[in-house]
Design a protein around this ligand. Structure first.
Ligand SMILES: *Cc1c(COP(=O)(O)O)cnc(C)c1O
Length: 380
């Protein structure tokens, strides 16, 4: 964790709005994931934060990668472009999953030469993959309960359990190699039963596929959703890991390879946003601070990620409930309506928000002419 004085120094040196990435935190989160889930290969979900420096640090730490667009694939490819051809091909096969179930024809054509593993969840996609990326391996994405996740991901993707084996057999008939199953229990899942249900569902589908003549699946991808410790209500990762290890060992023999696609868990605690108060007003009796970063920028997770961030002040003083607004002219640009901050802060004072590494800078826009925050990497 970066100290308050280190953050103050960075703000002074670089100005604000500033987005600080702590690479020690990235490495620590990766180590924690591996320590508690030794059987699980961790594919960093690049969409959480696709900064090439983050990808590189996780690559150096030994991570694999989940990509969901061609540009994301190329960010990872940059790390391996100098490998000898054969080694690079093997690396892609082992360590990249293209986990977007819907892919444009042109994307499939571009991907085919790299032979990655790709996910699918419907018959149209089988035809597309067969035609445009016949050399890719495939994994079927299942629809699983997302109850209680902060961000649900099952309304848009996933084959219903009842049609799963039909889709496996259909892809097999087309000559594709179905390596296994994948699912996503919803992002920031604090209801650990989602994982238990999904793993059990997947085990049943492995069995049904075998009973109906397809016994070649040897991979289970348990997706993302591992919760970041945003507040004290989030149970420790080791508790979730214990449940996962128990279910995986009970239901899947050792020769089944287990993958996961952690995004938020690896990167959330590695990001800190530093902003400056640029305006102050009383409106309807409530104190309002205006800062130089907002929901169109680093705090985009307020909108897209249903995430609430909190502010810390470098200055002490009696606190009061206040609103924090972003710099744009849009009334949507509300970062928080319920912050506890010192009431005596002045224009030019600096605030910081921790645990903002995931789904934040990644979805920042240039709306209203305000560029995204400057990014600074520390402990790289
Ligand atoms: C977004 C996404 C992830 C990452 O999810 P987190 O909740 O950030 O861990 C993993 N896999 C897929 C397919 C995704 O869409």
């Amino acid at each position: 964790m970066l100290s308050k004085s280190a953050l103050a120094r960075l703000a002074k040196e670089h100005g604000t709005p500033l987005f600080v990435v702590d690479h020690d935190a990235l490495r620590k989160n990766y180590r924690t994931f591996k320590k508690y889930l030794p059987r699980v290969q961790a594919y960093y979900a690049v969409k959480a934060n696709s900064d090439p420096a983050i990808v590189k640090t996780l690559y150096d730490a030994g991570a694999s990668f989940d990509v969901a667009s061609l540009p994301e694939f190329m960010v990872v490819y940059e790390c391996i472009k100098d490998m000898p051809d054969k080694q690079r091909q093997d690396w892609i096969w082992d360590k990249i999953i293209y986990a977007n179930p819907i892919k444009a024809n042109g994307t499939l054509q571009a991907l085919n030469q790299y032979k990655p593993l790709v996910t699918y969840d419907n018959h149209e996609e089988i035809r597309k993959i067969k035609k445009h990326a016949p050399d890719a391996g495939v994994a079927l994405r299942l629809k699983v309960p997302n109850t209680g996740a902060m961000v649900e991901l099952s309304s848009k993707f996933g084959a219903a359990p009842g049609e799963a084996v039909d889709l496996i057999l259909a892809a097999h008939e087309q000559g594709l190699v179905i390596e296994g199953l994948s699912f996503h229990v919803g992002s920031q899942t604090t209801n650990f039963q989602n994982y238990v249900q999904a793993i059990n569902l997947a085990a049943n589908i492995f069995k049904e596929a075998r009973d109906r003549g397809y016994a070649k699946m040897n991979l289970l991808d348990i997706g993302g959703g591992f919760p970041a410790p945003y507040d004290a209500t989030v149970k420790p990762f080791r508790e979730l890991a214990k449940i996962l290890n128990r279910e995986l060992d009970r239901l899947f023999p050792e020769d089944v390879q287990i993958l996961a696609e952690p995004g938020r868990f690896l990167v959330a605690t590695a990001g800190i946003a530093i902003s400056t108060i640029i305006g102050k007003a009383m409106r309807d009796g409530k104190l309002c601070y205006y800062i130089d970063d907002g929901v169109y920028h680093t705090f985009s997770g307020v909108i897209f990620d249903h995430c609430q961030y909190h502010f810390n002040s470098f200055k002490k003083g009696a606190t009061q409930v206040c609103s924090v607004f972003g710099p744009t002219c849009d009334a949507l640009d509300v970062v928080s309506m319920t912050e506890e901050l010192p009431g005596e802060l002045k224009l030019g004072d600096v605030l910081y928000s921790e645990n903002i590494g995931a789904y934040s800078h990644a979805s920042a826009t240039r709306f209203n002419g305000f560029p995204p925050a400057k990014v600074v990497h520390v402990n790289q």
